[in-house]
Write a protein that binds this ligand. Sequence first.
Ligand SMILES: *[C@@H]1O[C@H](CO)[C@@H](O)[C@H](O)[C@H]1NC(C)=O
Ligand SMILES: *[C@@H]1O[C@H](CO)[C@@H](O)[C@H](O)[C@H]1NC(C)=O
Ligand SMILES: [Ca+2]
Ligand SMILES: [Ca+2]
Length: 228
Amino acid sequence: MGPSCKAAPKPLPDLSICDPSQSLFCSKDRNFLRQKLRSSLTVYVLLALSYLLILILFAVSLSRGTVIGAFRRLCLTSLMRQEVGATQRDVGSVLFPCGPEAREWEYFSGKCYYFSLRETSWQRAKVLCEEVHSRLAIINSHAQQNFIMYRTRNQRFWIGLSDKNSEGEWKWIDGSNSTTGFTYWKEGEPNNSGQNEDCAHVWTYGEWNDVDCTYKCYYICEKPAPRL
Ligand SMILES: *[C@@H]1O[C@H](CO)[C@@H](O)[C@H](O)[C@H]1NC(C)=O
Ligand SMILES: *[C@@H]1O[C@H](CO)[C@@H](O)[C@H](O)[C@H]1NC(C)=O
Ligand SMILES: [Ca+2]
Ligand SMILES: [Ca+2]
């Protein structure tokens, strides 16, 4: 076979030449489009993968209970805080049985005492004590007498003792007979001076004296300490 038989190689279509009549898109455009499609596909795949990853992470965290655990921890913390608050309140009421917030009431031997800052008549003092759910103090022990004596510092304070009903028969405000129990009268008292001294107060060294009930004195209220 001679060289003449050799078929001339067909010229390869020049892809770089754009012929709008041949196709809708020229080959250059087609390449460009293919590249674009490929890049946007990559983006979609990456997006899908990241969604999947987020889902997996969320599922894992749920199964491990991190979210629930965090929520539970939050609840527990607030509960514990409440408990600590309660404990502090308990400690407060142990140290200050008459109320951590009530500085005017002082505790002594199972009772709360109020030492007034104002002077008034015995009858008015009695009412004022009753208004705060207490009564004028009844003294029936040396220990209680000492506590009151130190607290009153030689000032005149009304106590719940009088002989209003029957002259010379000293009765405590709860109706108990004073003659038979603890007494701490000042020497020479009660003297019913001017036949008009029917109410008792503590005075110098906490000793008792009878005086006119309309006299203006400070006063002592007492009430049982709240049960712990
Ligand atoms: C208190 O007791 C004394 C002695 O027992 C008695 O004489 C007096 O009458 C009593 N007073 C009252 C108010 O009950
Ligand atoms: C009687 O008591 C009053 C106080 O209430 C006192 O001032 C007076 O000196 C006393 N009188 C006598 C005679 O002790
Ligand atoms: Ca009297
Ligand atoms: Ca007197």
